[in-house]
Design a binder for this molecule. Structure first.
Ligand code: NI
Length: 254
């Protein structure tokens, strides 16, 4: 059976409270060999760590997301640092900049991001970057940390930005939106991205791909994303699954 790695799925979300163990079992049985569950604040990062400790095929990332900036205090960095030392924590994330929701100032978001990038360097962990409508600032900030490695989750920047990140060793994550009719830029990015730098992500429970768009997402939808990439790259879906599994293991040290 083809094996997949979903490098970005929020099984800590309350949207899975009613059936989390059933969904995770079904996902694993469907061929999803590995999952990374990133938190977005201390509470969700703690839940992600607990899930990773309960399921051998789930790993956790811990971090503070820009949308949760209102909850960030002087203690937050210490909380994330403590969580990062737990077993099966493989990255700092989901962290980044979000200029779409506009729930906090750009300066606050930049401070939170830099603080956590420095933590990742200190702990020698990769990062999972959320960049929504903040491409210029995201690129500028990560470029200030040459030793940093990681993935731009659900990459939505230009081909030029992709090339700049790839040149610096970054991975690009692709999600359900690449299957949507309005996806244009992402298709050019996929064409330009070497297969050995791509990761498959669902961002479950959000961003379900066609034909399940609008429904609660889970990792069983990864093959739709892989199939779209395969089509663009002239590969088979199995080849996409295989190379992205290898890429994910390499980046996250699994
Ligand atoms: Ni996410």
């Amino acid at each position: 059976m083809t094996q997949y790695f979903d490098t970005h799925a929020h099984y800590d979300s309350g949207k899975f409270n009613a059936d989390r163990s059933d969904v995770l079992r079904a996902v694993h049985e469907s061929g999803v060999a590995l999952i990374v569950d990133p938190g977005d604040c201390a509470a969700t990062s703690e839940r992600a760590v607990a899930i990773a400790q309960a399921y051998d095929f789930v790993y956790a990332a811990v971090g503070w997301h820009p949308e949760e900036a209102a909850g960030w205090t002087d203690d937050s960095l210490a909380q994330i640092r403590a969580l990062a030392s737990q077993p099966k924590v493989c990255a700092i994330g989901e962290i980044g900049l979000d200029y779409y929701w506009d729930t906090s100032t750009k300066a606050t978001q930049e401070t939170m991001l830099r603080t956590q990038l420095e933590l990742a360097l200190e702990l020698d962990l990769p990062v999972i970057i959320h960049d929504r409508e903040a491409h210029g600032d995201s690129l500028r900030i990560v470029c200030d940390y040459p030793g940093l490695r990681g993935v731009f989750h659900c990459f939505s920047g230009s081909v030029e930005m992709a090339r700049e990140l790839l040149r610096r060793g970054w991975y690009l994550g692709f999600d359900g939106p690449i299957t949507y009719k309005n996806a244009v830029k992402a298709l050019d990015v996929i064409a330009a991205c070497p297969a050995d730098r791509m990761l498959l992500e669902t961002d479950s429970p959000y961003l379900a791909p066609v034909p399940n768009r609008g429904k609660r997402n889970d990792s069983r939808n990864l093959p739709y994303i892989a199939a779209r990439i395969a089509e663009i790259k002239g590969m088979t879906t199995d080849q996409v699954a295989e190379v992205t599994l290898k890429n994910g293991k390499q980046l996250f040290g699994i």
